[in-house]
Design a binder for this molecule. Structure first.
Ligand SMILES: Cc1cc2nc3c(=O)[nH]c(=O)nc-3n(C[C@H](O)[C@H](O)[C@H](O)COP(=O)(O)OP(=O)(O)OC[C@H]3O[C@@H](n4cnc5c(N)ncnc54)[C@H](O)[C@@H]3O)c2cc1C
Length: 388
């Protein structure tokens, strides 16, 4: 057993979680991975993969039992995200995004909201998390989408950009600002918009570098009438909910990035063991061994921190924002670096679509951009050391 296999074997999972992960491995290996290049080429939504995921009932692992779920640990959830993302990063982010959008409903929703909304998700529904706007990216508090009360409804006007699953979601968790509140941070609120609600328009989807099979949509809300019962957080609570939801989605984003990193590393190792130049295997050159050593060092340390953060969350930790931020930063930088080095190790072949590393290289880039760019994470982590 190599060091990476030993690390995988030590992931702290209960027996039933380890069994589920085995099923996910089989699905990823036999069905999701073989289709990944095709989905990347066509940019078609990977409905076949989502059907396979739903056949295993994977959404149920993060939905409480009372609402149709069979909850498993957060560590198990992270392991599943990583496994699917290793096979197809686009499918991995589609699945993970449903969790990112629904976790705040699970944590902060009323019993009535959970009873009404969550069974759909447990049964395989898709969700989207809508924060970013054309003029509010790194600074989400600059968002302009407006929520205005009208009798028993909330009228939503505005728009969102870059929304993963925005073209396919059954439920949208949307952040906006409560009308009439001057304080920009206090005005932030959140509500759930259901698919088909009048006034919700999918304006377009982006033509992207990577994650091509995962829809990234621009949304418009034009007098969108949402039942008041769908308000998740009112003014004063929205920002708290936003930050809490990012704390649990950032480790998930890191697990996804580490899936890409692991796939790139595995491919690179296999290739340099096989490829011969000058009468010997590429790996027999010390310079290549040094590259592998650096890639492996980044990978195992980031993976170890992933499981550490998973255990923190499972242990009930409330204050893990810096840990989550360090993880997102390190995992995504590792993914980009390892995917870049993997292309390098493949030489000219790595630059061509016949080899998976070409796609992994393109898929890795966005992990440094979404869920807070890595500059923003560096700022947040650095600031945490300022003595007050
Ligand atoms: C494929 C894809 C999927 C996405 N999915 C979602 C989603 O599902 N939901 C959602 O809400 N959003 C989503 N996003 C949006 C993503 O989170 C934002 O793109 C990201 O937060 C950056 O915002 P921006 O693009 O407006 O860049 P900007 O904020 O304009 O930043 C541009 C550059 O300036 C830097 N910068 C900005 N402010 C500072 C600062 N204070 N200090 C130092 N540098 C700074 C940034 O790091 C970056 O390099 C997605 C984006 C992509 C590309």
């Amino acid at each position: 057993m190599g060091v990476l296999e030993r690390l995988d074997a030590a992931i702290p999972l209960r027996p039933e979680e380890a069994m589920l992960l085995e099923s996910v491995r089989a699905l990823s290996r036999d069905a999701i991975a073989p289709r990944a290049a095709d989905h990347d080429r066509t940019a078609d939504f990977p409905r076949d993969n989502i059907e396979g995921i739903n056949a295993l009932g994977l959404n149920a692992m993060f939905v409480p039992e009372a609402y149709g779920g069979t909850p498993l640990s957060y560590t198990a959830y992270l392991a599943v995200v990583r496994e699917i993302s290793m096979a197809c990063a686009a499918t991995g982010i589609i699945w993970a995004t449903t969790f990112h959008a629904m976790k705040p409903v699970i944590e902060f929703g009323t019993a009535e909201q959970k009873a009404r909304l969550l069974p759909r998700i447990a049964a395989g529904g898709l969700a989207a998390l809508a924060i970013t706007e054309p003029d509010a990216g790194s600074d989400a508090t600059g968002m302009r989408t407006e929520f205005r009360v009208d009798d028993d409804a909330i009228i939503v006007n505005g728009g969102k950009s870059f929304i993963t699953n925005g073209d396919v979601a059954d439920l949208y968790l949307v952040f906006g600002k409560w009308a009439g509140i001057a304080d920009q941070r206090a005005a932030i609120a959140a509500l759930v918009i259901e698919r088909g609600t009048q006034g919700l328009e999918i304006v377009r989807t982006e033509d992207k570098l990577g994650h091509r099979a995962s829809g990234t949509a621009q949304l418009a809300f034009d007098g969108c009438r949402v039942p008041r019962a769908n308000r998740l957080a009112g003014p004063g609570n929205g920002l708290k909910l936003l930050l809490a939801s990012l704390n649990t989605s950032r480790p998930s984003i890191a697990a996804h990035a580490l899936g890409i990193a692991r796939a790139a590393f595995d491919d690179a190792v296999a290739y340099v063991n096989e490829r011969r130049q000058g009468g010997r295997r590429i790996i027999d050159n010390q310079g290549i061994q040094f590259m592998l050593a650096d890639m492996a060092a980044e990978l195992v340390l980031a993976e170890s921190w992933l499981w550490h953060v998973g255990q923190l969350v499972d242990g009930g930790a409330q204050d893990f924002a810096v840990e989550a931020s360090l993880l997102k930063l390190r995992a995504s930088d590792a993914a980009m670096r390892i995917a870049t080095d993997a292309v390098q190790l493949f030489g000219g072949y790595g630059y061509c679509k016949d080899h998976r590393v070409e796609r992994l290289f393109r898929d890795a880039k966005v992990t440094q951009i979404w869920e807070g760019t890595n500059q923003i994470h560096r700022q947040f982590i650095g600031r945490s050391f300022i003595e007050r």
